[in-house]
Design a protein around this ligand. Sequence first.
Ligand code: ARG
Length: 475
Amino acid sequence: MTNPLSKKSKAWSARFSEPVSETVQKYTASVAFDKKLATYDIQASIAHAEMLQHKKIISSNDYKKIKNGLLKIKLEIEKEKFNWSIALEDVHLNIENRLIEIIGDAGKKLHTGRSRNDQIATDLRLYLRDEIDAIRLKLSFLRIEFIKKAEAHSNTVMPGFTHLQVAQPINFAHHLLAYESMFSRDDERLADARKRVNRMPLGSAAMAGTSFPIDRMRVAKTLNFDSLCENSLDAVSDRDFVIEVTSSLAIVMIHFSRLSEEIILWMSNNFNFITLSDKFCTGSSIMPQKKNPDVPELARGKSGRVIGSLVTLLTLMKSQPLAYNKDNQEDKEPLFDAVETVNNTLTIFIELIENMEPNTEEMRSAASKGYPTATDLADYLVKKNIPFREAHELVSKIVNYAIKSNLTLIEIPLTKLQKFSTLIQKDVYKFLELNGSINSRNHIGGTAKGQIHKQIKKIHKNILKTIHEIKRQKT
Ligand code: ARG
């Protein structure tokens, strides 16, 4: 029986006495997913061909034909008129085959001095460089939403938790800026990973380099790479940069999962700390009273996917001998999925944070329960020269008394407080009050309103600098 898939002969099939079976073709083909890299493949091919003609390895006439042919193919792909074929295995052979179809013999010269092994490593790096920039830009927009919301709520009291138990009163803004800190580290990590992404493997050919007098620096310059991968064996087999970026993306999703978890808790009736606009929620088909936080729940779930991608990639590389192995074809789907998931999650959370409003009364009332200013009372006594451990013990007794008498700390009369320590004076109440407690934590990193404003200014400057840097790098 003839195999309809093997009608097109592969670039490497001349030595083979029979065509590859259909099942093998299907199993080994990557075009279904690596066609995503087509424009990068074309960009790198044009740069390679330009260098070949500059070094007189091919004629300038052939180069012109190659370039025009590749640009034509690019248009066909953009207009979705390109006929992708599984029989041609991957993005590289599909494009090369079409080039030969269009321009004839000149097209057969493009592959001089290179291999699909350095080609795919180059395409992946070009792709990731763009995706890192796009994700960093979105991270900046998300961080802007956090500081906008924080600015609006630098006077909104909420309970701060440890062990999910009310601990100390804080500014809602302070809580929001904690997430901004996480996402700003994500940005730093991606910016750092980009340095190692932006090195060029092209010129390593299959693994040992090439006997043609190529000029790798020229190609790197055309493609805007910072430098070259300096060992050809490592260059074709290295996927550290894929792992590094995916690991940074997994951490981004860990942050989203933490934020999502809090939003889900805050939206529950028991907390009722925030209201999320209806467009981010769905109802239940059976329980009419329900408003479900689908978006944060999905983001929490999707964090598992990206962590899964990271584990896949680590496992893929573990114990791989040098140099290129076909195993590496398996790097694309987890990487693409991680990039896409983070991209989509960022897009939706930029809008979500903008549409999230705190229920300030509920938050304040939750903050006043659970004796959150007990530490402030202990600090007050320490300032009166009582050693901290003794102060801690004294305040424990006062809290016990308050619980028994069903009073908050601020409701205990001064005469009663003085029974525990005569050092307690009238001024104590301003430390027991929620805003007083918050604004007393007035140092770098503290929750006082003044610090929040300083912090917002600093972050704002940093975000503008980051956006400027990303735009400047953009190729
Ligand atoms: N599709 C391959 C990949 O994704 C491209 C490199 C193939 N090289 C080879 N010698 N089969 O890794």
